[in-house]
Write a protein that binds this ligand. Structure first.
Ligand SMILES: Nc1ncnc2c1ncn2[C@@H]1O[C@H](COP(=O)(O)OP(=O)(O)OP(=O)(O)O)[C@@H](O)[C@H]1O
Length: 254
């Protein structure tokens, strides 16, 4: 079928989105070996909105995030994202031969001063590790360094791909709290890919479920912050999403 939503391929700096949205995606299709993983997907994220993206393993979440980050341009459709965007992955991807503060500045244009790195490290509570080598960091510290590297870009859009996935439970809770605080302070839009329904409900304004190559479901999380996982309304939202994901028992979903 001929379709007019499949506009020219536009990513990254080419066309910033209208100010009313931080992300505008229409008719996005991405195929691997002739198989469409993403098919005519539509997505809008408002400026300053925190959106979590859930979905079965292999449904295309990371593929979508990489496209939004401008790391994959082999697509059909329209993708409009802010020029200032940053991404953090499950593994911190620090360069082992550069000290933490130099890692934070990596890839920034010009010759940024060390103070720029120090400011970002302070925001994530890592000033004391500024001169450390990456291999001496704990998992949580490395992930915070990776967040600092995203923050120095002063992003209007922060893309997070399972950033807490490899952390132990306690460190994970602290990291989630930190991201929530950073988001509130910075006011940037966030798209968080996660497998953790609780994490999504804890942090996001809106939770999307990806299935069959599209955003198959969305839930607006209308709960006051900071959110409390023992709140019955929290449990209700969580159960609804679990059901959507096809993993809830009847008792849980009820
Ligand atoms: N470079 C590639 N070449 C071929 N197939 C790919 C490539 N990248 C992703 N795929 C395929 O696309 C599908 C979606 O992968 P993707 O990593 O986006 O899923 P995901 O939802 O992020 O999964 P998970 O939750 O397990 O991380 C998978 O079937 C994967 O094998």
């Amino acid at each position: 079928m001929a379709t007019d939503v499949h506009g020219p391929v536009t990513t990254g700096a080419a066309k910033p989105p209208a100010p009313a949205s931080a992300v505008r995606v229409e008719g996005l299709t991405r195929s691997f070996d002739g198989r469409a993983v993403i098919e005519r997907l539509k997505l809008d994220v408002r400026p300053g909105e925190f959106v979590a993206l859930l979905g079965r393993s292999g449904c295309g979440k990371s593929t979508l995030l990489r496209i939004l980050a401008g790391l994959d341009r082999d697509i059909e459709g329209t993708v409009l994202v802010p020029r200032r965007k940053a991404v953090a992955f499950q593994t911190p991807r620090l360069m082992p031969w550069k000290k933490v503060w130099r890692n934070v500045l990596l890839g920034l244009p010009g010759k940024p001063e060390r103070t720029v790195a120090e400011k970002a490290l302070e925001e994530v509570g890592l000033t004391h590790r500024s001169d450390a080598w990456p291999k001496t960091l704990s998992g949580g510290e490395a992930q915070r360094a990776s967040l600092a590297r995203a923050l120095v870009r002063e992003p209007d859009l922060l893309l997070l791909d399972e950033p807490f996935g490899a952390l132990d439970a306690l460190t994970r809770i602290k990291a989630q709290r930190l991201v929530g605080e950073l988001w509130q302070r910075r006011g940037c839009a966030v798209l968080l890919v996660t497998h953790d329904v609780e994490e999504a409900v804890l942090l996001a304004d809106r939770v999307l479920v990806m299935d069959g190559g599209v955003i198959a479901h969305e839930t607006t999380v209308d709960l006051d912050r900071p959110r409390n996982i023992t709140d019955p309304r929290f449990a209700e939202v969580r159960a609804g999403l679990l059901e959507r994901l096809g993993v809830a028992t009847a008792a849980e979903a009820g």
